[in-house]
Design a protein around this ligand. Structure first.
Ligand code: ADP
Length: 227
Protein backbone atom coordinates (compact mmCIF):
# COMPACT_ATOMS: atom_id res chain seq x y z
CA UNK A 1 0.00 0.00 0.00
CA UNK A 2 1.14 3.54 -0.81
CA UNK A 3 -0.09 6.24 1.54
CA UNK A 4 0.22 10.01 1.26
CA UNK A 5 -0.46 11.75 4.56
CA UNK A 6 -1.02 15.50 4.36
CA UNK A 7 1.81 15.92 1.86
CA UNK A 8 2.93 19.41 0.89
CA UNK A 9 5.83 20.02 -1.45
CA UNK A 10 7.41 23.35 -2.38
CA UNK A 11 10.00 23.86 -5.09
CA UNK A 12 12.62 26.51 -4.38
CA UNK A 13 11.67 29.99 -5.55
CA UNK A 14 7.99 29.20 -6.12
CA UNK A 15 5.38 30.70 -3.86
CA UNK A 16 2.64 28.16 -4.47
CA UNK A 17 3.28 24.56 -3.38
CA UNK A 18 3.46 21.91 -6.16
CA UNK A 19 1.48 19.64 -3.80
CA UNK A 20 -0.77 21.01 -1.10
CA UNK A 21 -2.05 18.79 1.71
CA UNK A 22 -2.38 15.66 -0.41
CA UNK A 23 -3.95 12.57 1.15
CA UNK A 24 -4.09 9.44 -0.97
CA UNK A 25 -4.19 5.68 -0.49
CA UNK A 26 -3.26 3.28 -3.29
CA UNK A 27 -3.94 -0.37 -2.51
CA UNK A 28 -1.91 -3.28 -3.90
CA UNK A 29 -3.01 -4.32 -7.39
CA UNK A 30 -4.98 -1.15 -8.10
CA UNK A 31 -4.85 0.59 -11.48
CA UNK A 32 -4.95 4.32 -10.76
CA UNK A 33 -5.03 7.01 -13.44
CA UNK A 34 -3.92 10.44 -12.28
CA UNK A 35 -5.24 13.25 -14.46
CA UNK A 36 -5.04 17.03 -14.41
CA UNK A 37 -3.86 20.00 -16.43
CA UNK A 38 -0.17 20.63 -16.96
CA UNK A 39 1.33 21.92 -13.71
CA UNK A 40 -1.34 20.26 -11.54
CA UNK A 41 1.27 18.28 -9.60
CA UNK A 42 1.06 14.83 -11.20
CA UNK A 43 4.78 14.36 -11.86
CA UNK A 44 5.66 15.71 -8.43
CA UNK A 45 3.38 13.12 -6.86
CA UNK A 46 5.16 10.34 -8.80
CA UNK A 47 8.59 11.73 -7.85
CA UNK A 48 7.65 11.50 -4.17
CA UNK A 49 6.59 7.86 -4.57
CA UNK A 50 9.93 7.13 -6.23
CA UNK A 51 11.72 9.05 -3.44
CA UNK A 52 13.35 11.27 -6.06
CA UNK A 53 12.30 14.20 -3.93
CA UNK A 54 11.06 14.56 -0.36
CA UNK A 55 7.94 16.25 1.02
CA UNK A 56 8.27 19.49 3.00
CA UNK A 57 5.31 18.54 5.17
CA UNK A 58 3.57 15.23 5.75
CA UNK A 59 4.86 11.79 4.79
CA UNK A 60 4.72 9.15 2.06
CA UNK A 61 4.56 5.52 3.16
CA UNK A 62 5.17 2.32 1.21
CA UNK A 63 3.91 -0.71 3.12
CA UNK A 64 3.85 1.33 6.32
CA UNK A 65 7.45 2.53 6.02
CA UNK A 66 8.09 6.23 5.60
CA UNK A 67 9.90 6.27 2.25
CA UNK A 68 11.85 9.39 3.10
CA UNK A 69 13.16 8.02 6.38
CA UNK A 70 14.68 4.89 4.86
CA UNK A 71 18.44 4.34 4.97
CA UNK A 72 20.05 4.36 1.52
CA UNK A 73 20.34 0.59 1.29
CA UNK A 74 16.63 0.06 2.02
CA UNK A 75 15.77 2.85 -0.39
CA UNK A 76 17.62 1.03 -3.19
CA UNK A 77 15.71 -2.16 -2.39
CA UNK A 78 12.44 -0.21 -2.45
CA UNK A 79 13.29 1.41 -5.79
CA UNK A 80 13.80 -2.04 -7.30
CA UNK A 81 10.23 -2.84 -6.35
CA UNK A 82 9.05 -0.02 -8.60
CA UNK A 83 9.29 0.02 -12.38
CA UNK A 84 9.10 3.27 -14.34
CA UNK A 85 7.99 4.20 -17.84
CA UNK A 86 8.16 7.72 -19.29
CA UNK A 87 6.74 9.59 -22.25
CA UNK A 88 10.15 9.69 -23.99
CA UNK A 89 10.93 5.93 -23.66
CA UNK A 90 14.54 6.44 -22.40
CA UNK A 91 16.02 3.39 -24.13
CA UNK A 92 19.76 2.94 -24.60
CA UNK A 93 20.32 3.70 -28.28
CA UNK A 94 23.47 1.58 -28.70
CA UNK A 95 21.87 -1.55 -27.25
CA UNK A 96 19.41 -3.89 -28.94
CA UNK A 97 15.92 -4.51 -27.58
CA UNK A 98 17.14 -7.69 -25.90
CA UNK A 99 20.17 -5.91 -24.42
CA UNK A 100 18.11 -2.98 -23.14
CA UNK A 101 15.97 -5.37 -21.13
CA UNK A 102 18.84 -7.64 -20.09
CA UNK A 103 20.73 -4.59 -18.82
CA UNK A 104 18.00 -3.87 -16.24
CA UNK A 105 18.55 -7.38 -14.87
CA UNK A 106 22.35 -7.16 -15.01
CA UNK A 107 22.47 -4.01 -12.89
CA UNK A 108 20.20 -5.73 -10.37
CA UNK A 109 22.77 -8.55 -10.12
CA UNK A 110 20.60 -11.23 -11.73
CA UNK A 111 22.43 -14.34 -13.03
CA UNK A 112 22.74 -15.19 -16.74
CA UNK A 113 20.40 -18.19 -16.70
CA UNK A 114 17.61 -16.07 -15.27
CA UNK A 115 18.31 -13.31 -17.79
CA UNK A 116 18.09 -15.82 -20.65
CA UNK A 117 14.69 -17.04 -19.50
CA UNK A 118 13.17 -13.75 -18.28
CA UNK A 119 13.99 -11.48 -21.24
CA UNK A 120 12.13 -13.67 -23.80
CA UNK A 121 9.23 -13.98 -21.34
CA UNK A 122 8.69 -10.20 -21.09
CA UNK A 123 9.30 -9.72 -24.82
CA UNK A 124 6.49 -12.18 -25.42
CA UNK A 125 4.29 -10.34 -22.94
CA UNK A 126 4.66 -7.09 -24.90
CA UNK A 127 4.43 -8.96 -28.22
CA UNK A 128 7.90 -8.05 -29.47
CA UNK A 129 9.70 -11.39 -29.63
CA UNK A 130 10.56 -10.85 -33.29
CA UNK A 131 12.29 -7.52 -32.50
CA UNK A 132 14.81 -8.82 -29.95
CA UNK A 133 17.81 -7.94 -32.16
CA UNK A 134 16.53 -4.57 -33.39
CA UNK A 135 17.92 -1.27 -32.18
CA UNK A 136 15.56 1.39 -30.78
CA UNK A 137 15.86 3.60 -33.89
CA UNK A 138 14.53 0.71 -35.99
CA UNK A 139 11.28 0.63 -34.01
CA UNK A 140 8.10 2.71 -34.06
CA UNK A 141 7.28 4.87 -31.03
CA UNK A 142 4.73 2.33 -29.86
CA UNK A 143 7.24 -0.50 -30.15
CA UNK A 144 9.86 1.52 -28.26
CA UNK A 145 7.38 2.14 -25.48
CA UNK A 146 6.63 -1.59 -25.34
CA UNK A 147 10.37 -2.25 -24.89
CA UNK A 148 10.44 0.35 -22.10
CA UNK A 149 7.51 -1.42 -20.43
CA UNK A 150 9.22 -4.81 -20.78
CA UNK A 151 12.34 -3.34 -19.19
CA UNK A 152 10.30 -1.82 -16.37
CA UNK A 153 8.59 -5.09 -15.46
CA UNK A 154 11.39 -7.61 -16.01
CA UNK A 155 12.48 -7.29 -12.37
CA UNK A 156 8.90 -8.10 -11.35
CA UNK A 157 8.18 -4.84 -9.53
CA UNK A 158 5.20 -4.51 -7.22
CA UNK A 159 4.37 -1.12 -8.68
CA UNK A 160 4.63 0.17 -12.24
CA UNK A 161 4.73 3.96 -12.51
CA UNK A 162 3.93 5.29 -15.96
CA UNK A 163 4.32 9.06 -16.44
CA UNK A 164 2.39 10.05 -19.60
CA UNK A 165 3.34 6.75 -21.30
CA UNK A 166 1.18 7.46 -24.35
CA UNK A 167 2.03 11.16 -24.63
CA UNK A 168 4.09 10.68 -27.82
CA UNK A 169 1.94 8.04 -29.47
CA UNK A 170 -0.83 7.93 -32.07
CA UNK A 171 -4.25 6.48 -31.16
CA UNK A 172 -3.50 2.92 -32.34
CA UNK A 173 -0.24 2.67 -30.42
CA UNK A 174 -1.87 4.34 -27.43
CA UNK A 175 -4.55 1.65 -27.43
CA UNK A 176 -1.91 -1.10 -27.55
CA UNK A 177 0.05 0.39 -24.66
CA UNK A 178 -3.12 0.68 -22.56
CA UNK A 179 -3.95 -2.96 -23.31
CA UNK A 180 -0.47 -4.05 -22.18
CA UNK A 181 -0.67 -1.99 -18.99
CA UNK A 182 -4.04 -3.55 -18.23
CA UNK A 183 -2.60 -7.02 -18.78
CA UNK A 184 0.33 -6.28 -16.45
CA UNK A 185 -2.14 -5.05 -13.83
CA UNK A 186 -4.23 -8.22 -14.20
CA UNK A 187 -1.05 -10.25 -13.61
CA UNK A 188 -0.79 -8.61 -10.18
CA UNK A 189 1.19 -5.36 -10.50
CA UNK A 190 -0.11 -2.06 -9.14
CA UNK A 191 -0.16 0.47 -11.99
CA UNK A 192 -0.06 4.23 -11.42
CA UNK A 193 -0.39 6.23 -14.61
CA UNK A 194 -0.55 9.93 -15.38
CA UNK A 195 -2.23 11.08 -18.54
CA UNK A 196 -3.85 13.99 -20.34
CA UNK A 197 -5.74 11.62 -22.58
CA UNK A 198 -9.47 11.30 -21.91
CA UNK A 199 -9.71 8.22 -24.18
CA UNK A 200 -6.99 6.44 -22.19
CA UNK A 201 -8.79 7.00 -18.91
CA UNK A 202 -12.11 5.85 -20.30
CA UNK A 203 -10.55 2.78 -21.88
CA UNK A 204 -8.87 1.76 -18.62
CA UNK A 205 -12.14 2.21 -16.80
CA UNK A 206 -10.55 2.15 -13.35
CA UNK A 207 -9.99 4.62 -10.55
CA UNK A 208 -9.34 8.22 -11.58
CA UNK A 209 -7.66 10.74 -9.30
CA UNK A 210 -8.02 14.31 -10.59
CA UNK A 211 -5.50 16.96 -9.55
CA UNK A 212 -5.62 20.73 -9.80
CA UNK A 213 -3.16 23.28 -8.40
CA UNK A 214 -1.40 20.69 -6.24
CA UNK A 215 -4.58 19.27 -4.73
CA UNK A 216 -6.68 16.18 -5.33
CA UNK A 217 -10.05 17.55 -6.38
CA UNK A 218 -11.78 14.28 -7.33
CA UNK A 219 -11.22 10.58 -6.68
CA UNK A 220 -13.64 8.44 -8.71
CA UNK A 221 -13.85 4.68 -8.52
CA UNK A 222 -14.38 4.22 -12.23
CA UNK A 223 -13.31 5.95 -15.35
CA UNK A 224 -14.46 9.56 -15.24
CA UNK A 225 -12.31 12.26 -16.77
CA UNK A 226 -13.78 15.58 -15.75
CA UNK A 227 -11.75 18.75 -16.00
P1 ADP B 1 2.24 18.06 -13.83
O1 ADP B 1 3.04 16.80 -13.84
O2 ADP B 1 0.82 17.86 -13.42
O3 ADP B 1 2.36 18.81 -15.13
P2 ADP B 1 4.28 19.03 -12.00
O4 ADP B 1 4.28 18.13 -10.84
O5 ADP B 1 5.35 18.86 -13.03
O6 ADP B 1 2.84 19.02 -12.70
O7 ADP B 1 4.37 20.55 -11.49
C1 ADP B 1 3.60 21.04 -10.40
C2 ADP B 1 4.06 22.47 -10.11
O8 ADP B 1 5.40 22.50 -9.65
C3 ADP B 1 4.02 23.39 -11.32
O9 ADP B 1 3.62 24.68 -10.90
C4 ADP B 1 5.45 23.40 -11.80
O10 ADP B 1 5.74 24.61 -12.46
C5 ADP B 1 6.23 23.26 -10.51
N1 ADP B 1 7.49 22.54 -10.69
C6 ADP B 1 7.64 21.29 -11.14
N2 ADP B 1 8.94 20.91 -11.15
C7 ADP B 1 9.63 21.98 -10.68
C8 ADP B 1 11.02 22.24 -10.45
N3 ADP B 1 11.94 21.30 -10.67
N4 ADP B 1 11.36 23.46 -9.97
C9 ADP B 1 10.43 24.41 -9.73
N5 ADP B 1 9.11 24.23 -9.91
C10 ADP B 1 8.70 23.04 -10.39
Amino acid sequence: MILFEDVTKFYPASEEPALHGVNLVIEPNEFVSIVGHSGAGKSTLLKLILAESAPDEGAVYFESKNIHDLPKRDLNILRRRMGTVFQDFRLLSTKTVYENIAFALEVAGVDNDTIESDVPYVLDLVDLKDKADAFPHELSGGQQQRVAIARAIVNQPDVLIADEPTGNLDPINTYEIVQILKKINELGTTVILTTHNKGVVEHIGGRVVTMDSGKIIRDDKSGKYIL
